[in-house]
Design a protein around this ligand. Structure first.
Ligand code: HEM
Length: 230
């Protein structure tokens, strides 16, 4: 039930929308370029960008509120919804990863699989820990550490992939990489700014909390929105 001060429950709707659109993106890629390697790579590139948008909001929503105050309270309270929508959308990326190992002559190597595989594990571990019942299996401190490490690891995985191709002075590079790299830099900036603000003032403009452990601006993603309080 929705209580005063809490945002409307949107979790299921956002997860379904994020997943359905990722599915359409994947399907269109395979239809346009074929179900072989070409279509799958296009699908991987596009689904990664779609799920990154959800991740970015999950990663920064709490920090925006810490920096800019209670006006952004509702945004911060949706951190968990953004995070779970990211996890839902990314399922299609993971499915395409499985598919590329079936169709590619030279699929990604073991090191790539290991590095990004850990990010996938963190994604779904954090999703699981966003439910109080599962988080309760661990100590609050352990949940907090896993959240912080997991969220930063996923952010790093996006950075590594977006920073991969050499810089090009073209519109295509600007749209398909530059834009996302700019979001990554902005995301780190906002998070670091929020961290500094919290250290500088004993009480920030507004600080959402999850499970009464740690400010959501630090842990960012997948906090249980029902646990947020002023
Ligand atoms: C949470 C985990 C993951 C994240 C954050 C992630 C992120 C990304 C990003 C940002 C891209 C776009 C790269 C580009 O446009 O150049 C991408 C594409 C791709 N990803 Fe993932 N990925 C993840 C999991 C995986 C896994 C486990 C694999 C398996 C090895 C994988 C394989 C690929 C491949 C093959 C591409 C296409 C690269 C290309 O076009 O050359 N990803 N991923």
């Amino acid at each position: 039930m929705q209580t005063a001060g809490q945002p409307r429950p949107v979790t299921g709707r956002w997860m379904l929308t994020a997943f359905a659109i990722a599915l359409v993106i994947g399907g269109v890629s395979l239809t346009l370029r074929g179900s072989g390697e070409d279509g799958t790579l296009l699908g991987l590139k596009l689904t990664a960008r779609w799920s990154y948008l959800w991740f970015w909001w999950a990663y920064t929503a709490g920090a925006w509120a810490t920096l800019l105050g209670p006006r952004l309270r509702t945004l911060a309270m949706h951190s968990r919804d953004f995070g779970l929508a990211f996890a839902a959308a990314h399922l299609v990326h993971v499915a395409l990863v499985v598919w590329i190992y079936q169709v590619a002559e030279h699929p990604p190597g073991a090191r790539t699989l290991e590095f990004f595989g850990v990010a996938v594990l963190f994604t779904y571990l954090l999703a699981l820990l966003s439910f109080r019942r599962f988080a309760g299996w661990l100590t609050p401190r352990a949940v907090s550490v896993i959240r912080t490490v997991g969220v930063e690891y996923i952010a790093l995985a996006f950075l590594v992939d977006f920073i991969g191709p050499p810089f090009a002075h073209t519109l295509k590079y600007a749209v398909s990489y530059g834009l996302f790299l700019a979001l990554i830099v902005l995301g780190y900036g906002v998070r670091i700014g929020a961290l500094l603000r919290r250290h500088a003032h004993s009480r920030p403009a507004w600080e959402p909390r999850c499970f009464d452990i740690q400010p959501a601006a630090t842990t960012g993603v997948f906090c249980d929105a029902s646990q947020h309080r002023l």
